[in-house]
Ligand binder design. Structure first.
Ligand code: 5MM
Length: 341
């Protein structure tokens, strides 16, 4: 395929395909494996991810790319084939998480700033050689209005880092996935999520512009506009869609080819229904698809549960969720399709 940044970005969001976010760092994958009673070792992580990447139907029809963690991009399948080659053989594009995680922001209790810029130019050159053609950096913006979180300083520091990361990626021939995640963990209402997301995206596009990032060669990976999990409110897909699209129309330039949502702790079907409602009220200037971690993987993880005898069941569960989200990315999903399956 073409190596132009614009073409890679367009391919990531084409034809209702989306991204599999399989870039859990060692601590996060351990938490996921704890839930299914599987010990997290290099081999169990390899076996699990190999199962996903060898799911032919899901990978060839519904998945445009996979976000990998440093360990995985260097790992070989049980038969010695590099995992990256399995992904490429399916037609999907390998990608890589390059941030070093969110750390407490000094002087601002409750705020974090994502680190990882030191040495990034050299790491990107290495990842390019290993086959990565896109990267991901996640900024984490929490909401706690009782403590003034997020502060303007946190939004400024995080979006500045995202812009410096994005510029370095483009210099290396790698498409930056720009992920400013406004967390849905708090007690806040949907209006507060909208306001914080608007402040974040407004500042983000200022910073990307100032850093001379070519927007046509980027993908935005945002949260949807939702009430906090601890508010006790589950918003209707229609309300989520209306507020999320209003936000993007106000803040995201039409030059951005695609928006690939994170799932952020939504239930599997909730993430699908909300994506579908967003696409059902189109047309929009950007493609809107998924870059889900938990909402694509919770079901296959449970079905697999670390047993070789469950690989087919894990692959079937992955194919189903990828298919449902593919339909949602086209605005063609219906709840009855979940029951039929
Ligand atoms: C898959 O999880 C990603 C990595 O998280 P850690 O750095 O904490 O290990 C995460 O960045 C993920 O790609 C996005 O948050 C989207 O995942 P969800 O589960 O929110 O769809």
């Amino acid at each position: 395929m073409s190596e132009r940044l614009e073409d890679i970005a367009a391919a990531i969001v084409a034809n209702g395909k989306g991204l599999l976010a399989a870039d859990e760092s060692s601590g996060t994958i351990k938490k996921r494996f704890d839930v299914i009673g599987v010990e997290s070792t290099a081999d169990s992580r390899r076996d699990y991810r190999e199962m996903m990447f060898r799911t032919k139907d899901a990978m060839t029809r519904y998945i445009s790319g996979v976000i990998l963690y440093d360990e995985t991009i260097r790992q070989k399948a049980a038969d010695g084939t590099p995992l990256v080659d399995i992904i490429k053989a399916s037609g999907a594009i390998p990608g890589i998480k390059v941030d070093a995680g969110a750390k407490p922001l000094a002087g601002f209790p409750g705020d974090t700033v994502t680190e990882g810029l030191d040495g990034l130019r050299e790491r990107l050159a290495d990842y390019y050689k290993l086959g990565a053609r896109f990267a991901k950096w996640r900024a984490v913006i929490d909401i706690d209005t009782t403590r003034g979180v997020p502060s303007a300083t946190s939004i400024g520091a995080n979006t500045h880092a995202l812009a410096r990361y994005a510029a370095l990626c483009q210099e290396a021939g790698i498409v930056p996935i720009v992920e400013p995640e406004v967390l849905m963990d708090g007690t806040h209402d949907i209006g507060t999520c909208y306001e914080v997301s608007k402040a974040t995206l407004t500042k983000l596009y200022d910073e990307l512009y100032a850093a001379r990032v070519v927007l046509e060669g980027t993908i935005l990976k945002p949260n949807m506009v939702l009430s906090g999990k601890k508010s006790g409110t589950v918003d209707s897909p229609e309300e989520v869609a209306a507020k999320t699209i209003k936000l993007f129309r106000e803040t995201v330039p039409a030059a951005v080819p695609g928006i690939a949502f994170l799932s952020g702790g939504q239930e599997d079907e909730e993430a699908t229904a909300n994506l579908n409602a967003i696409n059902a009220i189109g047309p929009h200037p950007w493609k809107l698809t998924f870059s889900y971690g938990r909402a694509l993987q919770a079901a296959p993880q449970k079905a697999w549960s670390g047993k070789a005898s469950n690989v087919a069941a894990g692959q079937a569960a992955f194919t189903h969720r990828a298919h449902m989200n593919h339909l949602a990315a086209l605005g063609k999903w219906k709840a009855s399709l979940e029951q039929a399956a």
